[in-house]
Unconditional design. Structure first.
Length: 510
């Protein structure tokens, strides 16, 4: 982005039209790059003087200044002095105080005395005194990421981002809606999705059947620069799509103006990923996702699942939980404290959802838990952070139901062909969890821990295993029969393990 003072827009016709740079401005971009490159080793003051001359010659000083501002971020300035300026000033002031400097000659004597105490020349000391002032710092390197065409492209993107900073609402249609929604959610912007009139629900994933409305920072209780910056950064993703159209309402010092941008404008992303480096913020969602990942549950947490049709609009929940042992999904939405209008929209979306299982974590301050429950969704109140235990408890309720349904589909007697097989592997064949096999019988096998083993195999292992043998040798014998749970089998055979530190163990009688 550029600073607001470098924004170039036209308000003709009551609109809000960024004044983009074009091919004709390529020579100016080349001169700005050349000015920086030509002043490597010189002071910032000399560089700024040259840039000021260039601005005077340019047709639009704001354009020249904007191009220079982008290159400034690629430049390296350093203090050039034999010693640290602060140390030089301290020595000079102490010497000046000692001889009560009043005249120029006395100042020179003080500098000589101070330089001698520091073991350097008086000229070098005088140079170091204020070498850390910004205008005296030296440009030591300039490594622009762009050639003249690339600098013009970066300028146009930055100009559009700056224009969007004061948007109260943006409506976007994109040929890559999935990337758009992903960026919106990662940037933690408020949004809603609307299916355009005349389109069917089956078209929610198409390039033009839905419009995403993003609410800008000034629509909140108070505008925040942090939120506004994220809002503008969304343009990187929007402009990365093959085709797109954006319409924004801009708060132009109290006057609403309309900004329209599309893939026909000279906006492209010249150098970076659309929302590179942007992940979860320090908010409730990031906290929940991190803590949920540490649990050992039979559910996979999915970020940004597929959109759900809600009447004429579309909703994308924050998360979904996928059951590992079957085709079953529970959606999860976290409702924080936003504006009343935003809450009403969320409630309306939840009311129109059909044939989905939805779990909603609701900030207690909203006071809408009962309304959500009335819409046949599960509501979990929270304050500050969502309790993972509360969510896990609900998932376990679903899990018990799913296990019961799976168990009803599985025969009461099971006779696997393998000599040894784990309960998990056998249950997987039926698309179920091992818990669904809890009440089943296995006529040809004995259940040892979490493994089913034929009696003949146990007898054979009983002959092979003996007290005093190394645990590693016993485990090798088990592996030959496809058995991984050595501790349970050893116990079944009447043995235990005597551990010898980290070196291993020995099989012993129980």
């Amino acid at each position: 982005m550029l600073t607001k003072d470098l924004l170039r827009v036209s308000r003709a016709g009551g609109g809000y039209h960024p004044q983009f740079a074009g091919r004709e401005h390529r020579p100016l971009a080349a001169r700005v790059i050349g000015t920086y490159q030509g002043h490597v080793g010189e002071s910032r003051a000399a560089l700024e003087a040259a840039l000021t001359d260039l601005e005077r010659e340019a047709d639009d000083f704001k354009l020249a200044r904007g191009l220079a501002a982008l290159l400034e971020r690629e430049a390296t300035f350093e203090t050039d002095a034999e010693i640290e300026p602060e140390r030089a000033r301290r020595a000079a002031f102490e010497a000046a105080e000692a001889i009560s400097v009043v005249t120029e000659d006395e100042r020179t004597k003080a500098l000589i005395r101070a330089s001698e105490s520091l073991g350097m020349s008086a000229d070098a000391l005088e140079t170091a005194l204020y070498a850390d002032l910004e205008e005296r710092q030296l440009l030591t390197a300039i490594e622009p990421r762009w050639d003249p065409d690339g600098l013009v492209a970066q300028y146009n993107l930055s100009l559009a981002q700056t224009a969007l900073f004061d948007a109260t609402e943006v409506r976007v249609r994109s040929s890559d809606p999935k990337a758009l929604i992903s960026a919106i959610k990662r940037l933690r912007l408020m949004y809603e999705i609307r299916r355009l009139e005349g389109e069917s629900a089956a078209g929610v994933d198409g390039p033009s059947e839905r419009e995403v409305t993003v609410t800008g920072p000034t629509h909140l209780f108070r505008a925040t620069r942090r939120y506004g910056t994220r809002f503008a950064r969304l343009l990187r993703t929007v402009a990365s799509a093959e085709s797109w159209h954006l319409e924004a309402t801009i708060d132009d010092r109290g006057t609403d103006r309309t900004l329209e941008l599309s893939d026909e404008n000279p906006i492209r992303v010249p150098d970076a990923e659309p929302v590179a480096g942007v992940s979860f913020d320090s908010g409730v969602e990031a906290d929940f996702a991190g803590r949920f990942a540490s649990l050992d549950l039979d559910w996979d947490l999915v970020r940004e699942p597929e959109p759900l049709a809600t009447g004429t609009r579309v909703m994308i929940p924050d998360f979904a939980f996928d059951y590992e042992h079957g085709d079953f999904r529970v959606y999860f939405e976290i409702m924080g404290f936003w504006t009343p209008e935003y809450v009403e929209k969320k409630l309306a979306q939840l009311a129109d959802l059909e044939d989905v299982d939805m779990l909603v974590a609701v900030d207690e301050s909203l006071g809408v838990g009962e309304e959500i429950a009335a819409r046949d969704h599960r509501a979990i109140p929270y304050s500050g952070t969502v309790r993972v235990k509360d969510v896990a408890d609900v998932l376990r309720e679903y899990e018990r139901q799913l296990v019961a349904e799976s168990a009803a589909r599985i025969p009461e007697e099971l006779r696997p062909d393998e000599d040894a097989i784990t309960l998990e592997s056998l249950a997987e064949r039926y698309g179920a969890s091992a818990d669904a096999l809890a009440d089943k019988s296995f006529p040809d096998h004995e259940r040892v821990g979490r493994t089913l083993i034929r009696p003949a195999v146990l007898e054979e292992l009983g002959d092979e295993i003996e007290a005093g043998m190394a645990l590693a040798d016993a485990e090798t014998a088990f592996e030959e029969h496809g058995i991984a749970d050595s501790s349970a089998v050893l116990s079944r055979l009447g043995y235990r393990v005597e551990w010898d530190g980290l070196a291993g163990g020995t099989v012993a009688q129980r």
